[in-house]
Design a protein around this ligand. Structure first.
Ligand code: CAA
Length: 472
């Protein structure tokens, strides 16, 4: 293992940039059109606006725009980048990788062949693949293979569900680019603790040729929490055996994470997942007795002792009681304290933007940094835990420490300014975009200093070829 002065070489996130399309659907308008109570979206799911791509944007454009921002902000040249990975579940080609499109677009700005030396692939595993890409690239740096170069990992997605489906209220779009190197200013990943869980599942999937996923919504919610919890158990064992963390009696592993970022298909899912993990961790501790006393109700137990997801979801009496118990648990001052201190700031961006699939965990991380910094908290040395989930299904739990130089980056974060002036779509406009009734030339907005899609070839010999331009 490569070391520096006897210590494992640091590697992690040096900088982070976002690109969010400027069109959005307002949750209240959407609820009215679908005959839903707006409170279900705003309070129940934590959705207030959903970013929607314009007709001249695809996930490769979003990724390229986020990459260009991070390169320009850091005055990087293509020679500084050794790898460029794109993680997505909105892929539009079964063979040609999305990072090749991104390289093509970036070379329009940096010159043809400028990225020729740069390796990379597109990665896929629903919403978790960006976390695998980060892990692999971190290890590329730790192994000394990077030879002083940095890696770019870009997570980019368009979360689009069937019209009228229950998933439609959890849409969104955007990309997050992360610059990884061996002297990260933002976050150095903790070595030897990254934990994974995996299971062959059909909670959410998108068969070949289908633009929108097939979703078993409540099943996917529960599976997410179960899989992340399994990964957390492994993380716990690894962090204790590697002596990263020493658990004193009465403590849980979550006590050793100053911040917890969860995958956010909608912002309230973060709170739901946190409550699930905290409940399972606290159940073994002396403090649980006090909590049960405060709630005034014993924790419900499913009738079927096998506890399969199907049996749990089918046990309606249990589900209703568990829902009631969870609601009361999340109102206890003990949980509220954990929620406010460790998670709440990560949910702010998600409420304003919606679901970003692979990018939603990292938009949450970005949100947490900005809004915790605004509270005046010194973030240096704080441990951030990540709970990543991808349907199908795999989870990853890992952590990192915020670095002393974090302020150089975080002080200029301004989500409102970066989102810029946004344009609210009417439901009719949204539906026309959703049904792909408009071509790239019929975009709603004029492009500003960004890559756009110009056309997709429909001839037999070149079908699917995409042409992009950079608009000054
Ligand atoms: N006022 C206030 N709150 C209300 C309300 C009202 N009038 N009506 C309902 N609510 C609350 C409900 O109590 C519920 O809150 P809790 O979760 O705290 O109980 C919340 O609003 C949602 O209500 P339902 O659970 O009844 O909503 P639903 O079943 O119609 O749809 C969903 C929710 C299953 C998440 C659906 O939107 C969906 O299928 N989404 C896509 C799948 C998804 O996001 N899965 C998440 C895990 S898988 C994953 O993460 C991969 C990925 O990125 C997609």
């Amino acid at each position: 293992m490569r070391t520096q002065g006897g210590k494992l070489m640091a590697a992690g996130i040096d900088d982070i940039s976002i690109y969010i399309p400027r069109l959005y659907v307002d949750a209240a308008d959407f609820a009215e059109a679908r005959g839903l109570d707006p409170a279900k979206l705003q309070k129940g799911l934590g959705v207030s606006k959903m970013a929607i791509v314009d007709t001249n944007q695809d996930p490769a454009c979003l990724a390229s725009n986020a990459c260009l921002t991070i390169m320009q902000n850091n005055k990087l040249s293509p020679e500084d980048i050794g790898r460029l990975y794109v993680s997505t579940e909105s892929s539009f080609d079964e063979s040609k990788a999305m990072n090749s499109y991104v390289i093509g677009m970036l070379e329009q700005v940096y010159g043809q062949g400028a990225f020729e030396h740069c390796g990379g692939v597109e990665t896929k595993f629903a919403c978790v693949s960006g976390s695998y890409a980060l892990y692999d690239n971190t290890n590329w740096i730790r192994a000394g293979e990077a030879e002083g170069k940095a890696a770019l990992v870009v997570v980019s997605d368009i979360a689009k569900y069937d019209m009228g489906s229950s998933g439609e209220m959890t849409q969104g779009a955007g990309a997050v680019a992360m610059l990884l190197n061996d002297q990260p200013r933002l976050l150095a990943f903790d070595p030897k603790v990254t934990a994974t869980s995996i299971k062959d599942e059909y909670d959410f999937y998108r068969p070949f040729g289908k633009e929108t996923p097939i979703v078993h919504g409540q099943y996917s919610n529960l599976l997410y929490m179960i899989q992340v919890r399994k990964a957390l158990e492994i993380y716990k064992k690894k962090s204790i055996s590697s002596e990263l963390i020493k658990l004193e009696s009465g403590e849980t592993i979550l006590d050793h994470m100053d911040y917890i970022n969860m995958h956010l298909p909608y912002s309230n899912m973060g709170k739901k997942a946190l409550a699930y993990l905290v409940r399972h961790e606290w159940r073994q501790l002396p403090r649980w007795k006090k909590i049960i006393h405060e709630i005034g109700m014993e924790e419900p137990i499913p009738k079927d002792p096998r506890g399969t997801i199907e049996s749990v979801l089918g046990d309606q009496e249990y589900m209703a009681k568990d829902h009631e118990f969870t609601k009361m648990f999340t109102k206890t001052p003990e949980f509220q304290e954990v929620y406010e201190a460790k998670l709440a700031s990560s949910l702010i961006a998600s409420k304003m933007i919606g679901n970003l699939y692979t990018a939603s965990l990292y938009l949450g991380f970005r949100s947490s940094l900005e809004f915790e910094y605004q509270k005046g908290i010194n973030l240096d040395g704080k441990r951030v835990g990540f709970g990543s989930y991808g349907s199908g299904a795999s989870a990853m739990v890992f952590s990192g420490l915020i670095q002393p130089e974090y302020e150089e980056i975080v002080k200029s974060m301004n989500l409102e300014a970066e989102l810029g002036p946004r344009r609210k779509l009417t439901l009719n406009e949204y539906e026309r975009i959703h049904e792909s009734k408009l071509g790239p030339e019929e975009s709603m907005l004029k492009p500003k200093h960004e890559f756009i899609l110009v056309d997709v070839n429909t001839t037999t010999e070149s079908r699917g070829e995409r042409r992009y331009v950079f608009n000054e």
